[in-house]
Design a protein around this ligand. Structure first.
Ligand SMILES: C[S@@+](CC[C@H](N)C(=O)[O-])C[C@H]1O[C@@H](n2cnc3c(N)ncnc32)[C@H](O)[C@@H]1O
Length: 275
């Protein structure tokens, strides 16, 4: 039987995804023509450990750059209706990458977990399903991400299984040694000072706890050229397998492991807080 409501929901969802797909491919085409025409020089601004000021100063510098770079900023810190749309798309698009990464670690039923740069909250929800008697916190720099994550995890928040906070990785609003696991999916490239920020994560991990950093793009793998262009455009660093491994060690992690899915262009690094 024809279901009008279902049809209109699917129709709307289809339209949204279609718009996002067109937007995505327009982005990458534009990146290439942008680079050919050299409309604006690409600057690598020095990163400051002073988080919110660094992020805000950085964003204001970017105002002078073109439209594509402005769209790139949405990945860094989603805002407004475009940000909301992107967060919904990322919840879908990052799901397989997140499942692949989570397959490399073991998560206990009672674990306390933090997802940094939680975006639209899909990873928080996945983690809460696995740690079914534990607690999952999410934190994000963007107020829009916090709103979308809160909406997505409404039921889990009601029962105190999930909590979403607004804040930065550089100064986590949590006490020392609180978490068994900290996850970070497609966000570490945007952190103002990666090693210092990884040390801040180390502070909130319990001894023996793990940090897992996941990237759907890195210096290497199938999409290396495309990633390099995107990274230049939005002014973010990319790391190779060796570089990511070194960053973990520099930040004080032990048992560092880097997993690479070359044909999909995925990377996942894990490190443990020494006992
Ligand atoms: C590309 S999105 C990824 C979101 C989500 N993890 C996912 O996989 O869909 C990057 C997210 O990291 C957040 N972010 C960027 N810099 C941050 C920082 N310094 N501290 C906390 N979150 C940050 C952004 O606001 C954004 O929501």
């Amino acid at each position: 039987m024809f279901n009008n409501k279902l049809f209109s929901m699917n129709y709307r969802r289809g339209n949204t995804l279609c718009v996002l797909q067109l937007w995505g491919s327009a982005c990458f085409q534009h990146i290439e023509s942008y680079q050919r025409r050299s409309l604006a020089p690409v600057h690598y601004a020095p990163r400051s450990p002073d988080v919110s000021r660094a992020d805000d100063q950085y964003l204001s510098k970017e105002k002078s750059m073109g439209i594509m770079s402005k769209l790139g900023q949405q990945w860094r810190k989603p805002t407004g209706s475009l940000g909301r749309l992107l967060l919904s798309a990322m919840n879908i698009n990052h799901s397989k990458l997140t499942d692949w990464a989570l397959s490399h670690i073991s998560i206990g039923r009672h674990d306390t977990i933090l997802d940094v740069g939680c975006g639209g909250g899909a990873t928080v929800q996945k983690l809460a399903r696995i740690a079914s008697e534990g607690k999952v916190c999410g934190i994000d720099l963007s107020e829009e991400s916090v709103k979308v994550s809160n909406r997505r995890n409404k039921q889990l928040i009601k029962t105190d299984r999930v909590e979403i906070r607004h804040g930065t990785v550089s100064s986590l609003p949590f006490s020392d040694a609180m978490f068994d696991l900290v996850t970070a999916v497609n966000t570490h490239n945007y952190w103002p000072n990666l090693v210092a920020d990884m040390r801040e994560v180390l502070r909130v991990l319990k001894p023996g706890g793990k940090l897992m950093i996941v990237g759907g793009g890195y210096k290497g793998g199938k999409n290396a050229n495309r990633n390099e262009k995107f990274a230049k455009l939005v002014n973010i660093p990319l790391h190779s397998v060796n570089e990511l491994s070194k960053l973990f060690s520099m930040a004080g992690y032990a048992d560092v492991q880097i997993f690479e899915e070359h044909d999909r262009g995925w990377i996942c690094g894990t490190g443990t807080k020494p006992l």
